[in-house]
Design a protein around this ligand. Structure first.
Ligand SMILES: [Cu+2]
Length: 184
């Protein structure tokens, strides 16, 4: 039955086009994961910054699938003069962030979640504001596992935790102070 055969071929072609279209769409939306030695990095993203902001932040999850602890620092970023890893803690009711001294420890079997109002990659002295749809790259160095360049897709400012804008001025203020102290 030649007719039937032709329809089946057409179906296959349509199916393949639909499938590849779907794959392209999903890779555009989803950020890449990274592996370096036993370290797995998933869902990197950065938050868009308002005009005039001097620093921005990147987030991701870091899992240590190895058997020994490792320590991660941020070496550099393509869109900022400096790159650091910061912790955020409450100090007398004020959120303060500080660079992690000597690298952020990732214990064996542990997954660290870098997210707004918590651990983050700090992009200090941005070359220009981070706009939604941009990608910012940062090179992370693991003491044992080695270095990996991670691309952080920039999400909307609104992708942040609610109420974050109200405290951001104070956070930046505190940030500037700790940066000064860190330079000596
Ligand atoms: Cu910070």
């Amino acid at each position: 039955m030649p007719n039937c055969d032709w329809i089946n071929k057409l179906r296959t072609v349509i199916g393949a086009v639909a499938l590849s279209g779907g794959l392209i769409a999903s890779t555009n939306v989803r950020a890449a994961d990274y592996d370096v030695g036993p370290i797995h990095i998933a869902q990197p993203w950065a938050r868009a910054t308002p005009k005039g902001a001097s620093s921005g932040a990147g987030y991701m999850t870091i899992t240590n699938n190895g058997t020994t602890p490792d320590r991660v620092t941020c070496l550099s970023s393509d869109l900022s003069a400096q790159c650091q890893i910061h912790t955020m803690t409450m100090d007398n009711g004020v959120m303060k962030m500080r660079p992690v001294e000597g690298g952020l420890e990732v214990k064996p079997g542990e997954t660290l979640v870098l997210k707004p109002s918590s651990l983050h990659v700090m992009l200090v002295d941005l070359k220009h504001p981070l706009n939604k749809g941009d990608t910012v790259e940062a090179t992370l160095q693991f003491e044992k596992a080695g270095t990996v360049k991670v691309a952080f897709p920039v999400m909307a400012i609104g992708a942040a935790a609610p109420g974050a804008s109200a405290g951001s001025g104070t956070m930046m203020e505190g940030h500037g102070t700790t940066m000064q102290m860190n330079k000596h």
